[in-house]
Design a protein around this ligand. Structure first.
Ligand SMILES: Cc1cc2nc3c(=O)[nH]c(=O)nc-3n(C[C@H](O)[C@H](O)[C@H](O)COP(=O)(O)OP(=O)(O)OC[C@H]3O[C@@H](n4cnc5c(N)ncnc54)[C@H](O)[C@@H]3O)c2cc1C
Length: 327
């Protein structure tokens, strides 16, 4: 590992002051599970690492919603009574992350900003777009776990499980830099790759920190969150979905359908939402909405199976949200 300086920031102001404007020169460290692995593999080589575990790790009530500090551990998100009561899909996503050890160490800020799990990106021998190279190796390579939506130039899938319910619940992220704070909707935070921004997965500036996640009052939505993994392994899901339903009697008044592990960003499907609106939830409407969610998917050479897996995740998340049995 390349030698680096360590700054133990006492608070958010000190933390941003220690960050650099230059991309990846200085990086925040939460639990360090993603960053240290990348540093050991020479994928990321910052000169300075800034500890952000002393930042806010609490949950506070704000206008009917909750404000979650980015230093909060995932285990605490999974077990927090108010998060579980108001945003069950967030708690469900947190409890499914990795293993108890990973959840005890990983922070909300680290989870949302972890870098892709693509094996080409993670291997120092492959200088792909993400590392300043001029190609993505996955279209002609081993792409079993890559995206089925988006047309490049990079085909990663976003690795964060928390990002998907945060987009579904319309969360806002508070970002802080030496220039002050700004609020960015979760849906606008994660970015699709273009030739210009392909090295990054979000709008965070190099000298900015994600300090809080603000969840608006949930209203009376019903939620479902369904993840599909190989066996019951602790690995990242192959595909997953968060579904929120606002009901009027037995009819869906409004729906949010967001998929994970299928695209470089949490992938919202308005087609699925339209397929549900104005209908009662039945096994048939769930199947039709799931089929609508996967319309337009363009699998790579080795990941067509993910289309069916994602369809199943959406269908089951809908049934779960409606309180119906998963058959
Ligand atoms: C076997 C295994 C299975 C896993 N399964 C899953 C899974 O199913 N779902 C899932 O979501 N994750 C999964 N993970 C990933 C794990 O959840 C992440 O590694 C962890 O959440 C990262 O948190 P951390 O605090 O350790 O991040 P760190 O390593 O400290 O940071 C990660 C990145 O975020 C940046 N960062 C940290 N804090 C901030 C901040 N406040 N503002 C801006 N940038 C910041 C860092 O600079 C770094 O680039 C798995 C990991 C393993 C090893």
């Amino acid at each position: 590992m390349k030698p680096f300086a360590y700054v133990n920031a006492a608070n958010e102001k000190d933390a941003v002051a220690a960050l650099s404007k230059e991309y990846e020169k200085s990086l925040p460290i939460g639990g360090g599970q993603d960053l240290l692995a990348r540093m050991k593999d020479y994928v990321t080589q910052p000169d300075r690492v800034v500890n952000v575990k002393n930042l806010d790790a609490t949950v506070t009530r704000v206008s009917g919603g909750l404000r979650i500090g980015s230093a909060m551990k995932m285990v605490d998100v999974a077990e927090h009574a108010e998060i579980g009561r108001l945003y069950p899909a967030v708690a469900a996503a947190a409890i499914e992350v990795g293993t108890p050890q990973i959840r005890n160490q990983g922070t909300v800020g680290g989870n949302l900003n972890q870098r892709p799990r693509c094996w080409y990106y993670r291997n120092e021998e492959f200088v792909c777009y993400k590392k300043g190279g001029n190609r993505c190796f996955s279209p002609e390579g081993e792409n079993q776990f890559h995206g089925i939506f988006g047309d490049g130039p990079s085909y990663i899938v976003h690795p964060s499980s928390l990002a998907v319910p945060f987009v579904a619940y319309d969360a806002t992220f508070r970002l802080l830099s030496p220039r002050g704070e700004r609020m960015v909707k979760a849906a606008d935070y994660f970015t699709m790759p273009t030739k210009e921004n392909v090295q990054r997965e979000n709008v965070l500036e190099p000298d900015e920190l994600l300090t809080h996640v603000i969840l608006p009052a949930p209203g009376s939505v019903k939620s479902g969150h369904y993840e599909v993994r190989y066996k019951t392994s602790h690995d990242w899901p192959i595909a997953f979905a968060t579904v929120l339903l606002t009901m009027s009697g037995s009819t869906v008044q409004g729906a949010r359908v967001v998929m994970g592990a299928v695209a470089p960003v949490p992938w919202r499907s308005q087609a699925a939402e339209k397929a549900l609106a104005g209908k009662p939830v039945t096994a048939q409407t769930a199947v039709a909405a799931a089929a609508a969610a996967l319309t337009g998917a363009e699998p790579l050479s080795r990941n067509a199976y993910k289309v069916e897996v994602a369809k199943t995740a959406v269908e089951r998340a809908i049934l779960q949200a409606a309180g119906l049995a998963i058959t």
